[in-house]
Write a protein that binds this ligand. Structure first.
Ligand code: GSH
Length: 208
C-alpha cells in the first residue's frame, strides 16, 4: 500500500484526510497515534515524520506530508479527482481550504476543544469571540449552499467538502447549531459511499 495515514479519533483534521481516502477508495494503511502522550513520547517513525508534531501525517513513497488541507490538495492533484480535475477547479477548492483553516477550522475546532477537553485553557471571554466567529462562518456556508447546489463547488463532491464538513459532524460536542441548508449538505456527505463517522474511521489500531 502506497499510503499510510497517522491520525487520532478525536482529530477532525485527521478525519478530513481519512474521509477522502475512504470516499476516493484509495488503498491505505491507518495508524493510530496517541496524541494524549507528550510529543517526545510518541512512537517512531511518527515523531520523525511529523514536521510540526501533529496528526495527521500522510506517508507516501517515503515522503511525509503534513497539514490536513495541504494533504487534501496533494491527493486531489495525485488522483485528478475531487477538485483535481482541472487547474480551475483546484483553484476554487484551494480558496475554500484556506478559508476553512482560518475560519471554521479555528472557530468550531476551538469551541469543541474548550467544551469537551480543556475549558481551563481558554481565558474568560474567548469563547464568546469564537462563538461570534462561528456564527459568521456558518452563515457564510449557509449562504454559499443556498442556490441549491449539492456540494460546495458544484454538484460533485470535492476536497472543499471533506475539509469543511469534518468538525461540523461534532457540532453537538461544540454546542453549536447547524442551520438547515448546511445540515442537508452534511446529510448528502453522510450518504457518500465510504462515509463513516470519525470514531469509526479513526478508531484505535495496534500501537507501533
Ligand atoms: N493545521 C493542522 C492542525 C493539526 C492539529 O491541530 N492536530 C492536532 C489534533 S486535531 C494534534 O496533533 N494535536 C496534538 C499535538 O499538537 O501535539 C492541520 O490542518 O493538519
Amino acid at each position: 500500500m502506497d499510503y499510510t495515514l497517522f491520525g487520532h479519533p478525536e482529530s477532525g483534521h485527521s478525519y478530513k484526510v481519512k474521509l477522502m481516502l475512504e470516499v476516493a477508495q484509495i488503498p491505505h494503511h491507518y495508524q493510530f497515534i496517541d496524541i494524549g502522550l507528550p510529543r517526545q513520547a510518541r512512537p517512531e517513525p511518527f515523531r520523525s515524520l511529523s514536521k510540526f508534531g501533529e496528526v495527521p501525517v500522510l506517508l507516501h513513497r517515503g515522503q511525509a506530508y503534513v497539514q490536513s488541507n495541504a494533504i487534501l490538495l496533494l491527493l486531489a492533484e495525485q488522483t485528478g479527482r475531487f477538485g483535481g480535475e482541472s487547474s480551475a477547479r483546484l483553484a476554487r477548492a484551494r480558496e475554500w481550504l484556506f478559508w476553512e483553516a482560518n475560519r471554521l477550522g479555528l472557530s468550531l475546532a476551538h469551541l469543541r476543544f474548550a467544551r469537551c477537553f480543556e475549558p481551563e485553557a481558554y481565558p474568560q471571554g474567548s469563547l464568546v469571540w469564537f462563538e461570534r466567529r462561528f456564527d459568521a462562518d456558518i452563515e457564510r456556508l449557509e449562504q454559499e449552499l443556498s442556490d441549491g447546489r449539492q456540494f460546495i463547488l458544484d454538484d460533485q463532491v470535492s476536497v472543499a467538502d471533506f475539509s469543511l464538513c469534518a468538525y461540523l459532524f461534532w457540532a453537538d460536542q461544540a454546542q453549536v447549531a447547524v442551520p438547515g441548508t448546511v445540515a442537508a449538505w452534511l446529510t448528502r456527505i453522510r450518504q457518500l459511499p465510504g462515509w463513516a463517522e470519525p470514531y469509526t474511521l479513526l478508531a484505535r489500531t495496534a500501537e507501533i
